[in-house]
Design a protein. Structure first.
Length: 437
C-alpha cells in the first residue's frame, strides 16, 4: 500500500519570479489573506496538505511551480491505531501534532472537508500500482524515494512535467509567431483575462469568441438588415438603396469576422469560415457552433472568453421583431400603392380613344396600300395623305429621303379633290412624321 505524503511550504520562491507577485497569486488561489498569508511566507515550514497519494502531491507541486513557489513532499506517517481518536461519522480525523506551523486544522471541522483540490489531477491512483523513476528508469512499487537512486519521484515527475509544459509553450509561441499572432498570456494568470476580452464590434480578427457573443453578434446583424429593409420599403429611392447596400456590405464583413473568431475558439483557422457561405451547409454549421462549446483551455489563438453579451442579444431580438413587424406593414402599404397605380393606369388607358392605322391614314384604301405596298418596299420610302383622308400617295425604292417625300406628296396632291387642303407627309423611311393636328 502507498505511503501517504504531506505537502510542506517554507516560503521559497523560484528563481525568476517576483516574491510579491507569487505571494498575491498563491494567496488568491488558496483563499488566504492577512495574517494567514503572512504566516505562509514567514520562512517557517507550513503544512499545506497531509495524507495525500503521490499523484495528487505531484499535481500540487506542479501547480505551486507554475505560480513560482517551491513545495516540498514529505512522508506523512499516521498515528498508531491505539492512540488514534475515533472520529464521528460526519467528522474528519484530527491531524497529529506538528512542531512546525500548519494550515491544516487540528480540530475536526463541523462539515466534511473537500478532499479534492480545485484543479484537474493526474489519473486515479487506485488504478496505478507501480511507478517508474524518471532519473534511472527503475520500475518499482509506488513510493516517494526511488529504491535505486534515492530520487524524490514526485518532485522529479513534477519537474519533468514542467519541462514538457515549457517546451509545449515554446512550440505554441513559435506557431503563433509564424501566424503573426500576439503571444499567449502568463499561464499562471487567471483563466479569464478581462483586459484581453475580444470586442464584439471591431475590425481585428485576433482572439476567440464564445457561443453567447456569437449569437448576440448574429442577432445584431439580422436586426440591422431588418431595419435597412424597412427603410427601403418606407422610403424607396436611390438614397435608401445606397444605405441598404452599405448595410449589406457591413453585415457580410461583420458575419465573416464573427465566424472567424468563433472558429478560433475551436483552435481552427479562420479560413474555415468560407464553408459558412455555402447554401445549405452554411446555416447548419452556424447553428452547430452556436450550441457546441469551444476549447476550455488556452489554444493557439488565446485564452477562453467568458460568456457575455446576453443583454445585447435580448435587445437585438426586440429590435429584430420590431423591424419584421414594421417591414411587413410597409410591404402591405407598398403593395396597396402599386395596386392603386395599376388600376389608375388601366382606367386612363380605357378612357383614351382607340388608335388604328385606318384612323391615322384616313381611309381603308390608304391603310391597305400602306400594308401591301409601302411596308414591303425597299430603299428610301415616304407616305403622304390629305387631312380629310380623301387622297393618299406613296413612293418606295427612292434614291434619297427627299426624293421619296417629294414623289409621295406629288401623288397625293394629284388625287385630292379641287379646293381641298394640301397633302401632308405621315411616314418617312422607318419613322412616323405625323403632323401636329
Amino acid at each position: 500500500m502507498d505511503t501517504p505524503v504531506r505537502l510542506v511550504f517554507a516560503g521559497t520562491v523560484r528563481d525568476g519570479f517576483d516574491r510579491a507577485s507569487v505571494q498575491q497569486k498563491l494567496g488568491a488561489w488558496l483563499k488566504l489573506d492577512g495574517p494567514r498569508l503572512e504566516k505562509l511566507f514567514s520562512g517557517r515550514s507550513v503544512v499545506i496538505k497531509r495524507g495525500l497519494p503521490a499523484e495528487q502531491a505531484a499535481a500540487w507541486v506542479k501547480r505551486f511551480a507554475a505560480l513560482g513557489a517551491e513545495l516540498k513532499v514529505e512522508p506523512d506517517t499516521p498515528l498508531p491505531a491505539s492512540v488514534r481518536p475515533t472520529p464521528a461519522p460526519s467528522a474528519v480525523p484530527a491531524a497529529p501534532a506538528e512542531s512546525a506551523l500548519s494550515l491544516v486544522s487540528s480540530e475536526p471541522p463541523a462539515k466534511p472537508a473537500q478532499a479534492e483540490p480545485p484543479m484537474r489531477l493526474a489519473p486515479d491512483p487506485a488504478a496505478l500500482d507501480e511507478v517508474t523513476c524518471p532519473t534511472c528508469g527503475e520500475r518499482q512499487p509506488r513510493r516517494i524515494l526511488c529504491r535505486q537512486c534515492a530520487t524524490d519521484i514526485p518532485r522529479a515527475l513534477a519537474a519533468q512535467e514542467e519541462q514538457r509544459a515549457a517546451e509545449r509553450a515554446e512550440r505554441i509561441a513559435a506557431a503563433r509567431a509564424r501566424r503573426g499572432l500576439k503571444p499567449l498570456p502568463d499561464p499562471a494568470a487567471e483563466r479569464y483575462q478581462t483586459e484581453d476580452e475580444v470586442p464584439l464590434l471591431g475590425r481585428s480578427f485576433d482572439g476567440r469568441l464564445g457561443r453567447m457573443s456569437y449569437l448576440a453578434g448574429n442577432l445584431v446583424a439580422w436586426a440591422g438588415m431588418g431595419l435597412g429593409f424597412f427603410l427601403l420599403l418606407k422610403w424607396p429611392g436611390w438614397t435608401t438603396g445606397a444605405l441598404m447596400l452599405g448595410v449589406v456590405i457591413w453585415v457580410m464583413f461583420f458575419s465573416w469576422r464573427l465566424t472567424t473568431l468563433r472558429m478560433h475558439d475551436f483552435n481552427r483557422s479562420g479560413w474555415w469560415a468560407l464553408l459558412f457561405g455555402l447554401p445549405v451547409i452554411g446555416p447548419i454549421l452556424s447553428i452547430v457552433i452556436m450550441l457546441v462549446p469551444g476549447d476550455e483551455h488556452p489554444n493557439d489563438y488565446g485564452e477562453p472568453q467568458r460568456e457575455r453579451h446576453s443583454g445585447l442579444a435580448i435587445a437585438a431580438v426586440v429590435v429584430l421583431g420590431l423591424s419584421i413587424s414594421l417591414s411587413l406593414h410597409a410591404a402591405k402599404r407598398w403593395a396597396e400603392r402599386m395596386s392603386d397605380a395599376e388600376e389608375a393606369a388601366q382606367a386612363e388607358q380605357a378612357n383614351r380613344p382607340k388608335i388604328t392605322l385606318e384612323s391615322v391614314l384616313g381611309s381603308p384604301e390608304a391603310a391597305q396600300a400602306f400594308n401591301r405596298q409601302y411596308v414591303t418596299g425597299r430603299g428610301h420610302r415616304a407616305f403622304a395623305r390629305s387631312p380629310s383622308g380623301a387622297a393618299w400617295g406613296l413612293r418606295t425604292d427612292a434614291a434619297s429621303p427627299d426624293e421619296a417625300a417629294t414623289d409621295a406628296l406629288r401623288q397625293c396632291n394629284g388625287r385630292r379633290p379641287e379646293g381641298g387642303v394640301a397633302c401632308q407627309l405621315v411616314h418617312l423611311d422607318d419613322a412616323w412624321v405625323l403632323p401636329e393636328n
